[in-house]
Write a protein that binds this ligand. Structure first.
Ligand code: SF4
Ligand code: SF4
Length: 433
């Protein structure tokens, strides 16, 4: 058997004697001395020879995917992994927007909060759609996902009854059912939490807009109501009363509220912190602001105080976004069907329309999206970061203007993420030894 070096190796010098290394398909970070890196480079075209000189090094590099069999075509392997996942039909993710209305009016929100709530008729059509899915696909896993607007405005009318019916349907058919919600968290009540248990609602994404002062400025309630305090209390109630939850606390930051963010830490008792995953997100309208904000330091403050706070991670799944998957849909309150959740639902043309009989009539937006693979273009096919990036998402792909690829390619972001992860590995695993 003959061997070669993978096209997707990333070696990053940390100090004069040390490199951190990773094969981007295998995704394991490890350290190597500069001497060993020199040896690898010396035998770049003939790793076979390295086997004779240093068999232990050769065997370790083979296990870590740095050296691979000569006859493996890595591009074809990646294309296969990508297609296998994109077109897989054994799981389904259904996002439902029971309303686009919201109880707040945050200045940065891109949703046009048009009035309207999901009717019984649309709920029946969704149920029929799931029945059809179960009949026609060999589903093993069903992910229900509530989004909006603020979905809890329609908790008793839509979220609870429809979740209950779909959960039961999955149970009867031996399908693993998972239920999650993206909410501002304010409307959660004790009664609701009781019902969350019944519908297996265990995944939560709740947002804070900074500390008490900043959050209450963005999310204004009736006078005398402390929105921040109630939201934080609701988060704590969920943690106390529900088992095995998956709670992401998204913290939106701007240059104005950034300094206040770490004050949130003291509002959450230590005992509950390891149940909360922190996700720091810059408000998109302020992304071009260059004021120095030390995100890593801020994230580390949460980490040190007991929260789960992985600031950077490399995607393990072989695609960019759930919207790229065939087995995924977003159904709006009026039956419009979308793929992407990051566009204004009121003013964007849908990818299809849900029919009364529980089928979706897709249009050319959908066919255009799903027929274009996101990675099979000259840029991604020749890109050394492909297995860490998986190309632009399907939404950006269909919005991309001719010659506009540069704007949707995140090469520098991916490389920075890899370098930060490696620097972190170096600090924790090599320097400390
Ligand atoms: S913009 Fe792209 S990454 Fe974001 S939700 Fe839409 S498809 Fe997914
Ligand atoms: S989008 Fe850019 S960084 Fe990502 S795989 Fe394609 S060329 Fe590489």
């Amino acid at each position: 058997m003959t061997f070669k070096l993978s096209k997707y190796n990333y070696f990053y010098k940390q100090d004069i004697d040390t490199y951190t290394c990773m094969n981007l398909i295998n995704k394991t970070i490890f350290g190597l001395s500069t001497n060993k890196i020199d040896l690898i480079n010396r035998f770049y075209d003939n790793p076979e020879a390295l086997k004779n000189i240093n068999p232990n090094l050769f065997s370790a590099l083979f296990k870590l995917g740095i050296i691979i069999n000569q006859d493996i075509n890595e591009i074809n392997f990646l294309k296969t992994e990508h297609r296998k996942t994109i077109y897989s039909t054994n799981s389904y993710r259904l996002t439902i927007l029971p309303t686009l209305e919201c109880n707040f009016n945050c200045w940065y929100c891109y949703e046009d909060k048009i009035k309207g709530k999901m009717t019984n008729e649309i709920q029946i059509a969704i149920y029929k759609y799931v029945v059809n899915l179960i009949k026609t696909q060999s589903l093993k896993y069903f992910q229900l996902d509530w989004f909006g607007g603020e979905p809890l405005i329609c908790f008793d009318e839509v979220v609870y009854p429809l979740s209950k019916r779909i959960a039961l349907l999955c149970k009867k058919n031996g399908i693993l059912f998972n239920n999650m919600i993206t909410t501002n968290g304010y409307l959660i009540s004790s009664e609701m939490i009781k019902k969350f248990k019944k519908i297996n609602l265990k995944g939560f994404q709740i947002t804070l807009d900074g500390n008490e002062k900043h959050h209450n400025k963005v999310k204004k309630g009736e006078s005398g109501h402390n929105i921040y305090k109630k939201t934080v209390n609701n988060i704590l109630e969920i943690i106390k009363r529900l088992d095995d939850i998956n709670l992401m606390l998204r913290i939106n930051y701007t240059e104005n509220n950034f300094e206040s963010i770490t004050e949130i830490i003291n509002d959450i008792p230590e005992v509950y912190r390891n149940k909360i995953e922190i996700s720091l997100q810059q408000v998109w309208q302020t992304e071009k602001v260059n004021k120095r904000m030390n995100i890593i330091q801020c994230n580390n403050s949460f980490l040190k105080e007991g929260f789960v706070a992985p600031l950077y991670k490399l995607e393990q799944k072989p695609y960019r976004c759930y919207a790229d998957l065939l087995s995924q849909a977003v159904v709006s309150y009026n039956g419009n069907v979308f793929k992407c959740t990051a566009r204004d639902f009121a003013n964007h043309k849908p990818d299809g329309i849900l029919q009364k009989n529980g089928t979706i009539e897709y249009n050319n937006i959908y066919f255009n999206r799903m027929s274009k693979t996101t990675i099979e273009n000259d840029n991604c096919m020749s890109c050394e970061f492909l297995p860490a990036c998986w190309g632009p998402c399907s939404q950006k792909n269909i919005e991309c203007k001719p010659n506009g690829f540069k704007q949707i390619c995140n090469k520098s972001g991916i490389e920075k993420t890899i370098q930060i992860l490696m620097a972190d590995f170096y600090k924790k695993n090599i320097l400390k030894q």
